[in-house]
Design a protein around this ligand. Structure first.
Ligand SMILES: NC(=O)c1ccc[n+]([C@@H]2O[C@H](COP(=O)([O-])OP(=O)(O)OC[C@H]3O[C@@H](n4cnc5c(N)ncnc54)[C@H](OP(=O)(O)O)[C@@H]3O)[C@@H](O)[C@H]2O)c1
Length: 310
């Protein structure tokens, strides 16, 4: 291959709309702050993280009712409670964010998108967060035992009641999305799949293609593979070598290249960052200025999969 190639960067550093332009007026930055690991009772630290994220244009704040279980948390609801305490202390932050949460995982069940449960889960999230309205309410995982008509009617009712501005899904297959969208009165505006150089399934299973077809914002979870792409743990050495080479060329760290890779898919994913370190949030913004072209992205895919492209 020639080194003379002069290819444009694929990294999309622009704002994203949730849904098609006329579906919502919710606009978010290309990087978001995730609250899976946002646990504990240190409100000052929580506030510092949220304020740092918002200052860096990471205005989508993504949480879930279940967050708080694991990662040192004491249990269900803790991450929403901590965010609620931050918002109680600094209410001016509420309007600066697009507040996203999720329901539908139920301890001991494990999934419940029945009308009673989702409605109650949303009320409980509103109470823990201390807000009147959730901007984006997402079904966290598909409930295989719920009819999409029932889920759709429940989500429509949440929007009608004014408790929720828009609705989305997470970890849904294209068929599950289509079935739900078919019955919904309101537009489905987002999908939240795992997507990173460490998890490329959705490149070819229709999840990202469908998002582009239906105008769903792609909210990519674990853009660093939960940290593995930064540490190298459990990742193919060939992938680490390519990421390191590109990092050296661009003058950034490996995690930044991995984040830029997520932003370079044509569905313009939002990378939901999981770090709980303000300096790493700042570092991540360098991904927006990285030059990652088609050849670079194909090299990452090939190294990640260990299979040469035909
Ligand atoms: N919908 C779903 O089912 C689902 C599932 C999982 C996650 N999510 C969403 O996605 C968000 C992000 O997920 P994630 O936390 O797995 O994201 P991630 O960004 O892939 O991983 C974050 C982890 O990587 C570590 N890390 C970051 N930069 C590093 C570096 N340079 N060197 C070493 N370690 C580094 C962080 O540690 P430090 O904090 O120490 O920096 C943190 O433990 C969650 O908060 C949640 O909002 C959704």
């Amino acid at each position: 291959m020639s080194d003379e190639l002069d290819l444009p960067s694929l990294v999309d550093a622009g704002a994203r709309t949730l849904g098609f332009d006329d579906d919502t007026d919710l606009e978010v930055g290309p990087l978001a702050f995730g609250c899976w690991r946002f646990v504990g009772s240190d409100v000052a630290r929580g506030r510092e993280l949220i304020e740092t994220a918002l200052e860096l244009d990471m205005n989508l704040i993504d949480t879930a009712d279940i967050y708080g279980r694991g990662h040192g948390g004491r249990g269900f609801g803790e991450a929403e409670e901590l965010l609620g305490k931050v918002l109680a202390e600094a209410p001016e932050l509420r309007d600066q964010m697009v507040l996203a949460t999720k329901g539908g995982i139920r301890e001991g069940v494990p999934y419940d998108s029945s009308p009673d449960h989702l409605t109650q889960a949303c009320d409980d999230s509103l109470r823990r967060l201390g807000v009147d309205v959730i901007d984006l309410y997402q079904v966290h995982r598909p409930d295989l035992l719920a009819h999409p008509l029932d889920v759709a009617e429940t989500l429509d009712a949440l929007v009608d009641s004014g408790k929720v501005r828009a609705v989305g899904v997470s970890n849904h297959t294209p068929a599950q999305v289509r079935a739900l969208a078919e019955y919904l009165e309101v537009p489905l505006v987002s999908t939240q799949p795992e997507y990173s150089a460490a998890h490329l399934d959705h490149l070819r299973d229709g999840v990202l293609d469908q998002a582009m077809e239906l105008g769903l914002a792609v909210l990519a979870w674990s853009p660093l593979g939960g940290g593995r792409l930064a540490t190298g743990e459990g990742v193919r050495p060939e992938l680490i070598a390519v990421l390191d080479e590109l990092a050296g060329r661009e003058g950034v760290d490996r995690a930044t290249i991995a984040t830029a890779f997520v932003l370079s898919h044509p569905s313009s994913p939002v990378a939901i960052l999981g770090t709980q370190t303000p300096d790493r949030l700042r570092e991540a913004t360098k991904a927006l200025d990285v030059h990652l072209d088609r050849r670079d992205a194909y090299r990452i895919i090939e190294a990640a999969e260990g299979v040469p492209h035909p």
